[in-house]
Design a protein around this ligand. Sequence first.
Ligand code: G3H
Ligand code: 13P
Ligand code: ZN
Length: 321
Amino acid sequence: PLVTTTEMFKKAYDGGYAVGAFNVNNMEIVQGITEACQEQKAPVVLQVSKGARAYANHNYLVKMVQAAVENCPEIPIALHLDHGDSFEVCKSCIDGGFTSVMIDASSKSFEENIALTKQVVEYAHAHGVVVEAELGTLAGVEDEVCVEAGNESYTRPEEVEEFVSRTGCDSLAIAIGTSHGAYKFTAAQCTRNEEGILVPPPLRFDVLEECIKRLPGFPIVLHGSSSVPQEFVKMINQYGGSMPDAIGIPEEELRKAAKLAVCKINIDSDIRLAMTATIRKYFAEHPDHFDPRQYLKPARQAVKDMVTHKLINVLGCNGKA
Ligand code: G3H
Ligand code: 13P
Ligand code: ZN
């Protein structure tokens, strides 16, 4: 069924696992994710960015998610707005069938972030919709906003209680060193191992633990949590692409976060990489094929396989529906 995240997060918090929040932009992505979740009996958040609405159109996305809900009757599915940047876009999703919205006013001042978040919470709660807010900023590209690595700012744990109590938000995204996109760290921020592979700096688990102490029982969200699997990067580079030094968050760190109060882990880039790597390989091996179904089918399967791996080996939410 289509649900809010309230019960999902409560069970995830108590059970020491996290729910995957996967970005959806087209039918194959919706199908790949939800087929994996249905098979694994995993709850899931399908999230839609402003860019996704601009690309695929609000109605198409809502209707595709509704179709997935009908096809997957055994799992809870939430439909969530990712990085809403204004009251108006949040309102339009609340009025338009979403069960959860994010208001991301993290680039504004503390007081402005509180005021805008509170306004969205009041409207959302009056309509049975839950709200995710954000404190602290991530590096990387987030919709049109690009924060350079090194200019991000970690969440200040001393602010989280006041923020949550004054806004009434239902979950909180925090910045502990994850970042958006496929290039999460510059080479300068990393070390290189013996094989010359970049090793990213560790996440700030001290900041996370301090936030948890101040918000006991409260669901925390991690954005920018793709792992940028090197098998996909290699495939892309092998079949005509160029993504040097693409690097993500090690799975081990995400597993650790999922066991703590992190109840929602956002993944988009890994979906893009899985599809692009698969399609590049397909084109290289079948230069004469031109029916989109021929290459979108393995691309959809690659999304499904990647999501299945996350559910079982990273999030721990398989069997929790
Ligand atoms: O946080 C950003 C998400 O990956 C969505 O990306 O705005 O390009 O759809 P997008
Ligand atoms: P990635 O770019 O790491 O997949 O992050 C996605 C995200 O945070 C969507 O809000
Ligand atoms: Zn994000």
